[in-house]
Design a protein around this ligand. Sequence first.
Ligand code: 5GP
Length: 178
Amino acid sequence: MAAMAAAATLMSATSSILRRSALLRPHGLQVPRRFPRQRFVRHIASSTNEEAAAKAAAATADIGGPTIFDKIIAKEIPSSVVYEDEKVLAFRDINPQAPVHVIVIPKVRDGLTGLDKAEPRHAEILGQLLYTVKVVAEKEGVADGYRVVINNGAEGCQSVYHLHLHVLGGRQMKWPPG
Ligand code: 5GP
């Protein structure tokens, strides 16, 4: 008997809660939507691991956390340095896409996770990076023809969020680059 009474009390309490919920939410028991429905979704091709990695890296880009390049600058991990001065470091890419493939970076990122973060105060270091490309191309013996690439953002296939210039040479380049 006691069990039946307890069950009846529980059912009564539950239906009371449900009735009050319905009154508070005229559209029934649906939980109100906190965010507006997304109008459209951008579909970015994700056919390769490289693109997926670029998108994953982009998700953390704005946080501006340390990258592998910080460890290269600090010489915590080895790299083949081609050129170095107070502000700029140039080293061979670990996964070269051409016989000459050198990465040129600012030693202090100063918010430059990518080129899209550039502000007027960065003009000097941006110029130094570009000038370093010319120095690197001469040192590497490709001054007559080479390509300079800056991948920016997920769609630009950027994977390391510390501004860098790729210097590619030593083979015939093609266009469009793909
Ligand atoms: P992104 O894809 O961001 O334009 O270029 C990042 C580049 O950094 C890639 O070409 C990649 O091969 C290179 N890279 C990533 N990690 C390392 C590393 O530990 N050492 C060197 N030397 N290059 C790296």
